[in-house]
Design a protein around this ligand. Sequence first.
Ligand code: CA
Length: 219
Amino acid sequence: MYILLVEDDLLLADGIIRAIQRERFTVNHVQQGQAALNHINVEPPDILILDLGLPDMDGLDVLRKIRKTTLSLPVLILTARDMLDDKLAGLDGGADDYITKPFELKELIARLRVLERRLSNVNTNEIIIGNVSLTTSTLQVCVNDEILQLSKREYMLLKALMESAGAILTKENLEAKLYSWGEQIASNAIEVHIHNLRKKLPSAYIQTVRGLGYIIKKQ
Ligand code: CA
């Protein structure tokens, strides 16, 4: 899960980034609306967290521009309480949810989970495919009720594939979901994680589609 955070308050952004990373989401951060639009064009996130009071443009204009091209991108709006009334228009403008400042990081994470569940079309914090179950609220993965010991990246990789079960994810898709901008990525990093993950999972659970990427089939 790759989240783009658009927030010019650096202290707040820092807190949000830490909270999101603890939940093993990948997060990238920009401070301006135009930068957000540029990044969304190049590498659309799974979820956008958008502050409305940005230095270069109104967050609602950012939202309108996004909705002209990417209808399905889930957007969580951050707004000051005293701006709420006029900004409720933001929901008509195509936001999926909003949260007023100041807020508890726990609440922000809970809202993100709701958007995440909507994305993967599940109603609980648990994704089950075949013998494998992954619980996002506890970061736990079980095979036949036995808990697996996974590294952070292994967990993120498995989650990305399970959420998109039935679809092929390319190496580039997976890198975007596992690593933030500027993080060093070895050229074979995904292959290495897949290799290690396969040793812990039922055989043939993750399949290679030659020349394209990886898939977990729906069962
Ligand atoms: Ca702001």
